[in-house]
Design a protein around this ligand. Structure first.
Ligand SMILES: Nc1nc2c(ncn2[C@@H]2O[C@H](COP(=O)(O)OP(=O)(O)OP(=O)(O)O)[C@@H](O)[C@H]2O)c(=O)[nH]1
Ligand SMILES: [Mg+2]
Length: 376
């Protein structure tokens, strides 16, 4: 089923891979986030393909723009979630195809922009027999070592390949630079670190991008807690936060919530001291921590939110809409969402002098409303 979506599928926005040890509650979290009803099970299932869902990123600014422009279509930014099946815990060190990544999973995880590491923090007698007592810190170590292992296989292979080339006299300044870089990657992984910890020049970063190392991806932890202990795990959270940003969910509970009507859900949420849905909490958390921002395009036809990385310029933003817009980029007409709200209309924005023309290099800000002028 997922094959149709890959490669070259066209889901917009970011793509988050949900990974973790077997039975850590990945599918439960996936269901909570997406409102889907994928099968959740104590026992290993024969399913191999990941669950996939694309969800809207709730954004009140889009709601407001919709009211102002009354467009035919309103499109929210989206996040795609992929829920991978846990394989054998511990994994085998023979190659990247084993371990928590079963079969084809690994090549799909490589396409993810970010990883959600789900850690079990709920007691379950059946699971404990096979997977040990509750210990999120230990589990994190296991997950990390599998990610490192998968990257090691790739980096070491590349080093061997380059060395063989050099021995045969196939040696350029470029290949020498790459070998040096890959040796740094191997060394970092060997000491238990991730590729994301390396200090890289822009060229090095570009080179490494192509390898899609798992430990280069930004990662967040979901601590999947028991309903009864939810909110009382400050010690564990502190430990885990030494490694990655942490968000705590009561997975089972939130999965149930996602199936209720909003009004009904609110009463239960209040009981637990939860103010927003799992999806809203996770998406705003992920945006902030992964450095994503939104810009908007508006008009009578369509109001739409787009996702880019903080720091991207107007031309790159144009490229997320369409490659032609980046190629033929002339200028971006630009004003801020806050300016629009304050002024009340586009016309008023102009008369107040808040309407700007920006060039390629303009660094797009969260909430910018852009109209790209282009020429192809
Ligand atoms: N008490 C409790 N049980 C949970 C929670 N999350 C998951 N479980 C249970 O743990 C078992 C595994 O949950 P899944 O969501 O299928 O876990 P998974 O990580 O997707 O499992 P695999 O894909 O097979 O690796 C099921 O029996 C769930 O009901 C939780 O937050 N609290
Ligand atoms: Mg699952």
């Amino acid at each position: 089923m997922y094959k149709k979506l890959y490669p070259g599928h066209t889901a917009e926005g970011m793509n988050i891979g949900i990974i973790g040890l077997p039975k850590s509650g990945k599918t439960t979290i996936f269901n909570a986030l997406t409102g889907q009803e994928a099968e959740v099970a104590e026992y290993a299932s024969s399913k191999v393909e990941p669950n996939v869902a694309v969800v809207d990123v709730g954004d009140t600014r889009v709601d407001r723009l919709h009211e102002m422009y009354q467009p035919k279509k309103t499109i929210y930014a989206t996040i795609e979630f992929l829920d991978f099946v846990g394989g054998t815990a511990g994994g085998k060190s023979s190659g990247s195809e084993d371990g928590i990544f079963s079969g084809e999973g690994i090549s799909l995880i490589k396409n993810s922009d970010a990883l959600l590491l789900v850690l079990r923090n709920f007691a379950n007698a059946t699971l404990e027999q096979a997977h040990g007592a509750v210990d999120p810190t230990r589990d994190l170590e296991n997950v990390e070592s599998e990610l490192i292992l998968a990257d090691q296989v790739i980096a070491e292979r590349r080093v061997e390949r380059l060395e063989a080339d050099h021995k045969r006299g196939k040696k350029t300044s470029q290949s020498q630079a790459e070998l040096k870089l890959m040796q740094r990657v191997v060394a970092k992984l060997e000491e238990g670190g991730g590729v994301r910890e390396l200090e890289l020049t822009a060229d090095d970063a570009t080179l490494l991008k192509g390898f899609r190392f798992l430990t280069a991806k930004p990662a967040l932890i979901v601590l999947n807690s028991d309903e009864s202990s939810y909110g009382k795990n400050a010690e564990v959270v502190k430990q885990l936060e030494l490694r990655y940003p942490v968000i705590e969910f009561a997975g089972n509970f939130e999965m149930e919530l996602s199936r209720l009507e909003p009004e009904e859900a609110e009463a239960f949420m209040a009981d637990m001291g939860i103010t927003e849905s799992a999806r809203t909490r996770l998406t705003s958390f992920a945006y902030k921590l992964l450095g994503y921002i939104s810009f908007f395009t508006v008009g009578e036809d369509e109001v739409r939110a787009w996702t880019i990385r903080d720091g991207e310029n107007a031309q790159q933003a144009a490229g997320t809409i369409h490659t032609d817009l980046a190629k033929g980029f002339i200028r971006a007409e630009c004003f801020g969402y806050e300016d629009l709200l304050e002024a009340g209309s586009e016309k008023a924005v102009k008369s107040k002098g808040h309407f700007r023309l920006e060039g390629k290099e303009y660094r797009v800000k969260d909430g910018d409303i852009l109209n790209i002028r282009f020429n192809v």
